[in-house]
Structure formats: structure tokens, C-alpha cells
Design a protein around this ligand. Structure first.
Ligand code: EPS
Length: 389
């Protein structure tokens, strides 16, 4: 089974990712991972922290001479900021715990601070925020980059981009190839395909920053090359759309997921929702439209996957909301931590990688995957089988 664990605090020494279940004999280069990590760091609206970090993954196991071994792959991303935080984040006992710098007793509304403190009994809520910080998404992107490499070698491409920031909506862009989508989002400071709204979005981010506020938005992930019939209808916990939704919801600050036309389906008649089936020699079975975003019955339909995720505004505000100090129980303005005014562009990269991991997991569950060449052959044979079915 393909799975991964991450470890690491935001201002600790490093982030670590361990991935298990990647087939043996798959080409994998450090640059495949570093490229993804650098993409996550970009985007208009990021704070000062991203100028300090230069995220690079050191592959410390599971790869030899450019190929995977089938053993666990471990990846290490150093936190360059740690050097400024050694006395705050060090692992050794301190003489006077009361005097540790940067303790947090004023929980920030919307963050994990208070609930995490209640659950684990931490009176210094830095013990919560350090792990709940979205810094951890770098480790998730590293895992997703390995999964994306697997998918790419199987002819499956995944791209994430921004659809909306603070109510400013990007128009649907349908006439681009997936390669063009990838290139255009890379050039856009807000990772948007619709050039017309780019400047408006950037201005809105600058305005939020000036006001000490934060803004959220909507990301979309688009996938081409997934064959029909991945996932299953036979049991609730095998439905792939449900697994993907769960994974997307687990990204920091995400509050909703939509597949295809999603919530819009509630307003339409069935005849305006379901995608008619067709067949051609070249494509095999396909749908004339793709309202259902590539999923029917918990399985892929062979059409492109279209998944949206909603990100709330980051809860760390320079214009803090009211909160209660857990020592005095008095009302205060919540503690101010350095933050990003808008992380939606970066979140679209995170979502792309989170989706890629779930897809790689589903594929390696469904097809023989001890060895990458076996997996590739099995998938190619299956594609041919269902085309003529
Ligand atoms: C984050 C706060 C900021 C962000 C951070 C997430 O970090 P810092 O507190 O060091 O300024 O930059 O994101 C990252 C470090 C990252 O790599 O994405 C938060 O509170 O969640």
C-alpha cells in the first residue's frame, strides 16, 4: 500500500517525509521533487518567511543511481529559519521554562491553537502552532512530487491553478492543452489561467496586506490520462472521489471540496447534469460533456478529473480578532505571528500534489506494483482492453 508520514515543526530543524509503497525500478531524480518544492514557495501574497527558505529535498533513502529500490523513500527539507529559533525550538531541557521566548497564551481565532492546547494539555500554544502551521505542506508536496513522477511515467498529468481569490473569479479556460495550462500557471504570479483577472487579484492581495488582513479563494486541480474504472463502487471506503475529497479537505485552511459542477448540480435537472456516453475507435468510450468531473459511481470515467477546493483566509491576522488569554482568562487581541496575506496560489500547488498522491495510491492498489515496469505494462494492457470492450 502506498502511504506516507511527515514530521517536523515549522521553525524546527527540518521536515521529514517517509514514503512507502513506490514500486521498485522507477526513475526518480532529486530535481523532480525540488521543482515542485520551489513552485510551492512562489506566489503573490507570501510573507517574509519564503525569502528565508529555499526548499530542497535531500533524498536520504530508497533511491540508488536514479531509480527507486522499492524500499521506503525518505526526504529531508531543512528549515533555514531554524538558526534564528534555536533557543525557542531546541530539544534539550531548559533551566527556566517560564522564560522561553515567544510563548503563546493568546489563541488565534480560526487556528488549531486553542483546541490543540485543550487536547494535549499544552499551556504554551507554540507547541500546537509549530506543527499545525502550513509549513508542513512542503513535506506533503515532496510526497506528492514522487507520486506525480509515477503518474507522469504512466501518461497521467496533473495540474493545479487558482480559480478565485476573494470573490474575483477566473473565467473558464477550455482551449489549452494540459502542457499549456502548466506553463501558463507557472508564469502567473497568482497561478491563474485567465490573464484578465490577474492584476485585479494581485491588487486585492496588496489591499488585504495593507489592511493587515488575509483573503482566501478557490483552487482547481485538473487531471488527464486517468483510465476509466479506477476506484470502486462496491463499498463506501473504496470510492475514489471520496478519498480524494478527504485528502483535499486535510490541506491546512481548506473548508470545502467540489467535483465537476458540484453544488451547481443541485439546481439543475438530471438531463442537464449527466454526461452522455459515446464511443470512437480512437478514444474508446467517452462522455460528450464532463459535468461530473471525471467520476461516476466512485470510479473514474476516463474523462479529465476536475476537483475544486475552497481555502479560507489564513487566520493569522496583523489586525487581530478578539480572543481570551488562557492564563488570565481576560479578553485580548489574539497574538500576532508573521504570516502570508494570501496563500491561495501556493495552496493550488499543494492541492495538485495531494491529489496526485491519492491517484498514485489508487493505481498502485489496483494494478501489480512491486516493479514499475510491471505496473506500466498492466496499465497499458488495461487501457487497451477497455478501449475495445
Ligand atoms: C504559517 C506562517 C508563516 C508561513 C508558513 C505558514 O510562517 P512563519 O510563521 O515562519 O512566518 O510562511 O508557511 C511556511 C513556512 C511555508 O513553508 O509554507 C502558518 O502560520 O501556518
Amino acid at each position: 500500500m502506498l502511504r506516507y508520514l511527515t514530521a517536523g515543526e515549522s521553525h524546527g530543524k527540518q521536515l521529514t517525509t517517509i514514503i512507502e509503497g513506490i514500486p521498485a525500478r522507477m526513475p526518480l531524480l532529486q530535481e523532480d521533487i525540488d521543482h515542485s518544492l520551489l513552485r510551492r514557495q512562489k506566489g503573490h501574497g507570501r510573507g517574509r518567511r519564503m525569502k528565508i527558505e529555499k526548499d530542497l529535498a535531500d533524498i536520504t533513502s530508497g533511491v540508488r543511481h536514479g531509480y527507486t529500490l522499492g524500499s521506503p523513500i525518505s526526504l529531508v527539507i531543512k528549515n533555514d529559519d531554524f538558526k534564528h529559533w534555536t533557543d525557542v525550538m531546541g530539544e534539550d531541557p531548559v533551566e527556566d521554562p517560564e522564560n522561553i521566548r515567544r510563548q503563546l497564551t493568546r489563541p488565534r481565532p480560526g487556528h488549531a491553537d486553542l483546541n490543540g492546547a485543550l487536547k494535549y494539555g499544552h499551556r504554551d500554544m507554540r507547541n500546537v502552532l509549530e506543527r499545525s502551521s502550513a509549513r508542513e505542506t512542503a513535506a506533503r508536496v515532496a510526497a506528492g512530487a514522487v507520486a506525480k513522477t509515477l503518474l507522469r511515467h504512466l501518461g497521467i498529468e496533473v495540474v493545479g491553478y487558482v480559480k478565485e481569490i476573494a470573490g474575483i473569479q477566473a473565467k473558464e479556460v477550455t482551449d489549452l492543452t494540459i502542457q499549456q495550462k502548466q506553463d501558463q500557471t507557472e508564469e502567473s504570479p497568482v497561478r491563474v489561467l485567465d490573464k484578465e483577472v490577474e492584476q485585479q487579484m494581485m491588487d486585492r492581495i496588496d489591499e488585504a496586506k495593507k489592511d493587515g488582513d488575509s483573503i482566501g479563494g478557490i483552487c482547481e486541480v485538473y487531471v488527464e490520462g486517468m483510465p476509466a474504472g479506477v476506484g470502486s463502487y462496491v463499498h463506501y471506503d473504496r470510492k475514489l472521489d471520496s478519498k480524494l475529497s478527504g485528502a483535499v479537505m486535510s490541506i491546512n485552511a481548506f473548508k470545502g471540496v467540489e467535483i465537476g459542477i458540484g453544488f451547481e448540480a443541485a439546481k439543475r435537472n438530471g438531463s442537464e447534469v449527466h454526461d452522455e456516453i459515446a464511443w470512437s475507435e480512437e478514444r474508446g468510450y467517452y462522455r460528450k460533456t464532463n459535468n461530473l468531473g471525471g467520476f461516476e459511481g466512485g470510479m473514474t470515467s476516463g474523462m479529465p478529473l476536475v476537483i475544486k477546493g475552497v481555502m479560507k483566509p489564513i487566520p493569522t491576522l496583523y489586525k487581530p480578532l478578539k480572543s481570551v488569554d488562557i492564563e488570565t482568562k481576560e479578553e485580548f487581541n489574539a497574538g500576532i505571528e508573521r504570516s502570508d496575506s494570501c496563500a491561495v496560489p501556493a495552496a493550488s500547488v499543494v492541492m495538485e500534489h495531494v491529489v496526485a498522491f491519492e491517484l498514485a495510491k489508487a493505481i498502485t492498489e489496483q494494478f501489480p506494483s512491486d516493479q514499475f515496469p510491471q505496473l506500466k505494462k498492466a496499465l497499458d494492457d488495461y487501457r487497451e482492453e477497455i478501449r475495445c470492450f
